[in-house]
Design a protein around this ligand. Sequence first.
Ligand SMILES: *Cc1c(COP(=O)(O)O)cnc(C)c1O
Length: 217
Amino acid sequence: MALQAILDRIRAAEAQAGRVAGSVQLIAVSKVQPDARVREVLAAGHRLFGENYVQEAAVKWPGFRAEFGAVQVHMIGPLQTNKAKVAVELFDAIHTVDRASLAEKLAKLAQARGVCPQLFVQVNTGAEPQKAGVLPGDLDGFLTTCRSMDLPLAGLMCIPPEGEDSGPHFAMLAGMAARNGLSGLSMGMSGDFEAAIAAGATHVRVGSAIFGARHYG
Ligand SMILES: *Cc1c(COP(=O)(O)O)cnc(C)c1O
């Protein structure tokens, strides 16, 4: 478990970029990790986690929250509209708002409940056909749609194309957020979180560098 080493690297990257200490939040991505590894990170005092699958999170987090008290869990995987109801009850933030039908569903749920998780809009910065996310050219219109529904927009999120330098994608996302008056930037994973912090990330999503490799059953 390498939590402290990652926290140290985040603090160093903040300082290097001339950013305020503590301005970057570490989302420990616990998807598919054995409970024993997650428990270690909780026992070390960490209280912000990321999950990709509604079902898995619904099994895992009620128990951990009962055991460890308040824990923030953010949804960072693709969200099916028919799982939105469970998702808004379970997660403190959703990083993957990427289409009008999902935004509408979330708005309805928010109206009914009177509260809504913080929302990030996922942008497909590389315009990859197989990847989720709003295309860069469609973003401003999509944000207008979300705002017309009174959704609480925290910021933007991206997953740069594999095998490409992430830097230009992070810079693009930061530019789009600034242009739209959004302060949250969810970007950076195990291999590139320091570059993301240099580009302004407010939330880095780090899994394997904390927990070790994932083993999909
Ligand atoms: C799995 C995942 C991560 C964590 O990836 P690592 O390379 O293990 O740090 C971050 N963001 C998203 C969207 C993911 O699906």
